[in-house]
Write a protein that binds this ligand. Structure first.
Ligand code: AMP
Length: 209
């Protein structure tokens, strides 16, 4: 069992890597952004009012959602948190409910982040993220290679102000959190395969129970 946190600016590829590593290790990938986007009713309305502006959803709401998710049986063998914690407050709340084995930061420049976010297209059905600027590019511009569904661009990726705000929050709120907790930095400006290799190497260094 291994509990991991993947941190990184938007567009760092942490979601892509979390999916790959979770599959390889047989553990569960939990993206708090995906949990919010999959929510309905009042919660969805509340979440959207923050997400569209590129702002953080209140931590009290986030920790409650995460707590409920971590109680599910598929988390017993381990999990990767993608997008949580994003602030010192969230990290402190998380410490109270679970134990974390390793924090990995996938590091990219702001320039790369903006370029990648503007090229990001997603499949609503398979939740696959494509990138028309970098890779993986879909074979057809707006169609999912796997299921043929139409790809869409997230509203907060299409909005340049929201991108800038999200990066600002990353530097101002998430990076200070990394100063408080030991973490390993991974160069996110490499090929997807090389980043996966680097991450697996770090996980391999963890002491077996
Ligand atoms: P992501 O998919 O990780 O880029 O998250 C998309 C948006 O969901 C963020 O810009 C926030 O508005 C919200 N969100 C996701 N995770 C968190 C979190 N841990 N705390 C607060 N807001 C979050």
């Amino acid at each position: 069992m291994v509990n991991l946190i993947f941190v990184g600016p938007q567009g760092s590829g942490k979601g892509t890597q979390a999916k790959i590593i979770a599959k390889k290790l047989g553990i569960t990938h939990i993206s708090t952004g995906d949990l919010l986007r999959a929510s309905t009713g009042k919660l969805r309305k509340l979440a959207d009012s923050y997400i569209h502006k590129g702002e953080l959803v209140p931590s009290k709401v986030m920790i409650e959602i995460l707590k409920q998710r971590l109680e599910k049986s598929d988390c017993k063998e381990g999990f990767i948190l993608d997008g949580f914690p994003r602030t010192i407050e969230q990290a402190e709340d998380l410490e109270k409910i679970t134990k974390i084995d390793l924090i990995l930061e996938i590091d990219i420049s702001d320039g790369t982040a903006v370029k990648r976010l503007q090229g990001r297209w997603n499949c609503k059905k398979c939740n696959i993220a494509y990138n028309i600027v970098t890779c993986p590019k879909p074979k057809k511009l707006d169609v999912c290679d796997v299921c043929g569904a139409k790809l869409y661009q997230r509203e907060d990726d299409a909005n340049e102000d929201a991108i800038k705000k999200r990066l600002k929050i990353y530097h101002e709120d998430t990076e200070p959190m990394l100063k408080k907790y030991p973490f390993v930095k991974i160069n996110g400006e490499q090929s997807i395969e090389k980043i996966t290799k680097d991450i697996l190497k770090e996980i391999g260094k963890l002491k077996k129970p």
